[in-house]
Design a binder for this molecule. Structure first.
Ligand code: CUA
Length: 334
């Protein structure tokens, strides 16, 4: 019953937002914070349904009674006890319910973040138009649009913005928190299950706000450590100097890409766009909007403006051979 209701509301939500909501799991809580938000949501829904049914029932009863009795109600005195009835149901009950829900919400908000200590993993996420820069300060590397965390462990996420207000939202794991320029907000994520959870910018930040997505990937402790160790490494070098991959590296460094992106271990050291040191290890490109496949990558390199108009990534005129070499190089960056 509950899952059927969930699907109904999900359906209404999809109708209201017309986005890829099937991956956005507000009704599929898998995190410390989201479980409590979900519980509060169901409690408020049940209270609302009861209040609505009571109000509507009373209204219908009153209408039926008025038809049967008192042809001219204006001249009859109000029935005995009617003032008490109105006082209780119109003032006392609503006040009790609203104050109760208010404190329930406050208590829930207060307990959304699990406890942390000085050993807790810290990740810094910066909202950019329109992608997410993800920094692991203790391990000294930057990645983009994919946040890896160990399962069943609290992780502190420091949220900042470089340009306008964004909002960090992974419905399966936690509530929304705004990212405000000049301010650091913090939440603590804790995923209860291994999995990949889609997040989305939840504050309108410009034309591509709707395409500002990301993934939080909760892995086992061993899986996470292996990922962390790999990310800390500089980019892999092409094996043979005359290989297609090596040619692709030259294309990358001589064309405009190196002015905007970083690949650690090479001369490309700009932070205008996402760090590409381990691009091939990521599941999506364009901030969670396309699977990271050769075809999508080619389309993105050649004309990102047709995919994400207004983003900083320009269309790059590039010869077919160079493109093939470049793609081979980008796909080698695991
Ligand atoms: Cu960033 Cu909306």
């Amino acid at each position: 019953m509950r899952s059927r209701l969930s699907r109904l509301f999900l359906f209404l939500l999809v109708g209201a937002t017309a986005c890829t909501t099937q991956e956005i799991g507000a009704f599929d809580p898998q995190g410390y914070g989201s479980v409590q938000i979900d519980r509060l949501w169901w409690i408020i829904l049940v209270i609302s349904v009861i209040v609505y049914a009571f109000v509507m029932g009373t209204l219908i009863l009153a209408l039926l009674r008025r038809r049967r009795e008192a042809p001219d109600i204006r001249q009859s005195a109000p029935p005995r006890g009617s003032h008490t009835y109105v006082t209780i149901n119109g003032i006392v009950l609503p006040a009790v319910i609203l104050i109760g829900v208010f404190f329930l919400s406050l208590m829930t908000m207060n307990g959304l973040n699990p406890d942390t200590d000085e050993n807790t993993l810290v990740i810094e996420v910066t909202g950019r138009r329109w992608w997410w820069e993800v920094r692991y300060p203790d391990s000294n590397f930057v990645t983009a649009n994919e946040i890896h965390i160990p399962v069943n462990q609290p992780v502190r996420i420091r949220l900042i913005s470089d340009d306008v207000i964004h909002s960090f939202w992974v419905p399966s794991l936690h509530g929304k928190v705004d990212m405000i320029p000049g301010q650091v907000n913090e939440i603590t994520l804790q995923a209860e299950t291994v999995g990949s959870y889609r997040g989305q910018c939840a504050e309108y930040c410009g034309t591509q706000h709707g395409r500002m997505a990301f993934y939080v990937i909760a892995d086992t402790a061993e899986g996470f450590d292996a990922w962390l160790a790999n990310q800390q490494e500089p980019a892999v070098e092409p094996e043979a100097e005359d290989s297609l991959v090596a040619q692709g590296k030259q294309v990358f460094l001589t064309a405009s890409f190196a002015y905007c992106h970083s690949i650690r271990g090479t001369a490309a050291q700009s932070d205008v766009g996402p760090d590409l040191t381990h691009l091939a290890s990521r599941q999506t490109i364009g901030a969670g909007i396309l699977p990271n496949t050769r075809g999508n990558l080619a389309g993105w390199v050649v004309n990102a403006q047709s995919i994400k108009p207004g983003s900083l990534m320009p269309a790059v005129p590039i010869a077919g051979e160079d493109l093939q070499a470049l793609l081979a190089y980008l796909e080698s960056l695991e």
